[in-house]
Design a protein around this ligand. Structure first.
Ligand code: EPZ
Length: 415
């Protein structure tokens, strides 16, 4: 497995071009399976999760006409039994169910994988599918789904808990079911809205207001061209990195409206922030103030920036509590940060930080995508050399990270 060697402390300083959103590109790619016509998708990030998705697409017969910008044609997809090792690599593979069910009236699929941040149940996806007329048989590690009386039905679905994944699954299936399907208590992350906008470009008829999504089914979708929104989590990761290094950074090709709540918290911690419609400038002169945060569905603080924000709090002035309300086990970074000298303890779903002035380089282990990101920014500001092992997780979600950090003044080497 690859390792990173990072020599600190350095300021994360300069300009960075933000890539397209991983968590928008994935649902949009799977939704594109609903149409038989050519689709052109721009601003897709060049990351591992996309590579795995395209490998999976090729297996089911998707025709990749061009890589950049991506041009796909999905008219000849087949309902084959996909290899476990491919399905199990990414959580997003669950979104295959919708298009396969619509096209072939039945689907058999292994239950998907993803980062190890706690068990990744799919009960809410299955709850939505059943409400739309699907018959589900759960086996030990795969599911068989078919349509009761050969017809999917529109319905009103009140999700018992907010779920990005389940909201997408229901949108994908309901898009082509004639009649009105309403999702209540839906997730409204920007990536969900991006997927809705994408499907509407192809002729779907989907509206959203607060946490309600109304889908009026259409007969079929046509082709189209679409550009993915910027990655708000990549943006937040570099902003937090620059802040804790007392640096100054311009993130361009991004959109400040995607992370208003995060920017507010960074300002409270002492950062000077200026924004335009496609850039965010951050300038930090002093040690950040400790900030309590609670991760919650959008528009609140995103769980995907919790590990990175933990690094801010371990170096901040004062004590702070981070409450992780979304994933039961998103604490893989804590043990590693303690090895660097951080004063942290975990109590139930809370990370209690006591800010210190310095952390020190040592050998640490990445365990999932966002914990890897948090360890990388910690290593940038740590005194001495840090070796981060099992660093391959980072390539799932951060395009060209070594090059981008090198351009921001960081001494980072893959070994
Ligand atoms: C999506 O995961 C994102 N992944 C995650 O990003 C993100 O953290 C998460 O949404 C929350 O914003 C992609 O978009 C590919 P959920 P997803 O369904 O769909 C539980 C990253 O780092 N749940 O909103 O899996 C679930 O276990 C990744 O980029 C059920 O109990 O998130 C979690 O505790 C990590 N049953 C909570 O709900 C279900 O059927 C939220 O999950 C589904 C989810």
């Amino acid at each position: 497995m690859n390792k990173f060697k990072i020599i600190g402390p350095s300021k994360i300083e300069g300009e960075i071009k933000i890539s397209g959103s991983k968590n928008s590109a994935l649902p949009i790619l799977f939704s594109s399976l609903l149409t038989k016509e050519d689709i052109k998708i721009k601003n897709i990030p060049n990351i591992k999760d996309i590579d795995i998705t395209l490998k999976l697409f090729k297996k089911i017969g998707v025709l990749i006409k061009k890589k950049k910008p991506l041009i796909l044609n999905n008219q000849n997809i087949k309902n084959i039994n996909l290899p476990y090792k491919l399905i199990n690599k990414i959580r997003a593979s669950i979104w295959l169910i919708g298009p396969m069910l619509i096209k072939f009236k039945k689907v058999k699929i292994y239950t998907p994988g993803g980062c190890n941040i706690g068990k990744r149940p799919i009960n809410l996806h299955l709850y939505g599918l059943k409400k739309l007329g699907a018959k589900i048989k759960l086996k030990n590690n795969f599911i068989k789904i078919k349509i009761k009386n050969k017809k999917l039905i529109p319905n009103t679905i009140k999700l018992p808990q907010v779920s990005v994944g389940a909201t997408i699954t229901i949108i994908i299936v309901a898009t082509l079911i004639s009649g009105i399907t309403t999702i209540k208590n839906s997730a409204i992350e920007p990536e969900i809205i991006d997927t809705i906008n994408f499907l509407n470009t192809l002729g779907a008829n989907i509206k959203h207001k607060n946490n309600t999504i109304i889908i009026s089914g259409v007969k079929k979708l046509h082709g189209g061209i679409y550009k993915i929104i910027p990655d708000r989590i990549e943006t937040g990761t570099y902003l937090i990195g620059s802040l804790i290094s007392k640096g100054k950074i311009i993130c361009y090709n991004t959109n400040p409206n995607l992370l208003r709540y995060v920017l507010k918290k960074l300002k409270v911690s002492g950062a000077e922030i200026k924004t335009g419609n496609d850039f965010i400038k951050l300038n930090m002169h002093k040690r950040p103030k400790a900030i309590n945060i609670k991760t919650l569905p959008y528009p609140n603080f995103p769980t995907d920036l919790q590990p990175q924000f933990t690094v801010l709090n371990i170096l901040a002035k004062g004590k702070s509590i981070i409450t992780e309300n979304i994933f039961p086990n998103r604490f893989n970074h804590v043990k590693e940060l303690i090895k660097m000298g951080a004063k942290i303890k975990i109590k139930n779903n809370q990370i209690i930080c006591k800010g210190i002035q310095k952390i020190f380089g040592t050998t640490i282990y990445a365990k999932d995508l966002r914990s890897a990101a948090s360890l990388i920014i910690a290593a940038c500001v740590a005194y001495g050399t840090t070796i981060i092992k099992d660093i391959n997780f980072i390539y799932r979600g951060y395009e060209n990270i070594e090059k981008k950090l090198n351009n921001l003044g960081i001494k980072i080497y893959k070994i």
